[in-house]
Design a protein around this ligand. Structure first.
Ligand SMILES: [Zn+2]
Length: 346
């Protein structure tokens, strides 16, 4: 009898949460409907276009300079362009946010993920869209365990290993395509090579590098410039938060409000990684169809709604999170995470 009452309470709570999620979605969709095309997609597309049309040529030309401060500005600009294209561009395109037709969405995903980011669009779809988003913090599915390398000491993992990402990424992409067709494997390999070769050619032909080794080192510096924050952001926003078992997962609103964390706004990371990966990660997990700019626009609405419904809206600073992972590396990144059961606590 007691068990029956408990189940009813949990069932009603889940229904309430699902109803709340629908209500929040209606409010967000109303904001979306009232927003202009520029707000919905234009600003994010313009940011990506400006990275290609303005920042990339400027960076390449500054790298021609024999004046060190100007040359360093060129290198920094190339790193910023690479981060905008490979993090913001690849992430938005993986969600199909850069096109209306299926063909356009597919084209941009392949362009940003394979040509620009040296990864596989198929593997990104599987890991990010099919697993991470629907199964956020569900153990064995979307628990961020792919980011754990327990054999590495914390200093190596947090500050050195990310620098190898430009080399590790294409190798990992091809390894993950082992169970797919040879044609897909060849396409991905060809597009990754096209991206790397284009980058190398631009440095030799436009920036005037005389030595292939110099151009290769410049490419490596550009491509690894934002790899530390890239790895940090990926682990900071989920690991260490409540984890759920596959059978005991809570309703979506509870799952995302407990299992996702926002970092504060940061002008460099806002524009390179995008709001949905920095200060609006909660909003992005609740509404993955929103662009970066729309995530920012609905942020006050979402945070107020969660507060009004006594749900957490988790936020923490970058350095605070880095300190936590540094001091609790063993617990967070090596040991298995404990499962949290949320049913009935609200
Ligand atoms: Zn996403």
């Amino acid at each position: 009898m007691g068990d029956d009452r408990g189940m009813t309470t949990i069932a009603r709570s889940r229904e309430d949460e699902e109803e709340s999620m629908k209500e929040l979605k209606r409010k967000v969709e109303a904001v979306l409907k009232a927003s202009s095309w520029w707000e919905r997609t234009g600003l994010d597309c313009a940011t990506l276009a400006a990275a290609f049309a303005i920042c990339l040529p400027a960076g390449l030309l500054l790298l021609r300079s024999s004046d060190w401060p100007r040359w360093l500005c060129g290198l920094l600009l190339m790193g910023v362009v690479h981060a905008i294209v490979t993090v913001k561009g690849a992430h938005l395109s993986s969600h199909g946010a850069l096109g209306h037709s299926l063909a356009a969405k597919r084209f941009w995903a392949i362009f940003f993920i394979e040509v620009c980011s040296s990864f596989s669009a198929r593997a990104a779809q599987r890991a990010h869209i099919n697993l991470h988003h629907p199964h956020t913090n569900v153990i064995g599915l979307g628990d961020s365990s792919t980011w754990k390398l327990p054999r590495l000491p914390r200093l190596v993992y947090l500050f050195l290993a990310p620098l190898t990402l430009p080399i590790v990424t294409p190798v990992a992409a091809l390894a993950q395509l082992g169970d797919t067709s040879a044609a897909l494997l060849l396409r991905t390999l060809a597009l990754i090579l096209l991206g790397v070769a284009s980058h190398f050619w631009l440095l030799m032909a436009v920036s005037g590098f005389q030595s292939p080794l110099g151009a290769a080192l410049c490419m490596l510096a550009t491509r690894s410039m934002f790899s530390l924050p890239f790895v940090h952001v990926n682990i900071f926003q989920h690991i260490g938060l409540p984890m759920f078992g596959e059978n005991g997962r809570p309703a979506r609103l509870l799952q995302m409000s407990h299992g996702v964390l926002n970092l504060p706004r940061n002008i460099l990371l806002d524009w390179t990684f995008g709001h949905s990966l920095i200060s609006c990660h909660v909003e992005h997990h609740l509404f993955p169809f929103l662009s970066d700019n729309m995530c920012l626009k609905v942020k006050p609405l979402v945070s107020r709604y969660l507060a009004d419904h006594n749900l957490p809206y988790q936020e923490d600073g970058y350095l605070s999170r880095l300190g936590l992972f540094f001091h609790k590396y063993q617990e967070l990144m090596v040991a298995a995470p404990p499962i949290t059961r949320l049913a009935g606590i609200q």
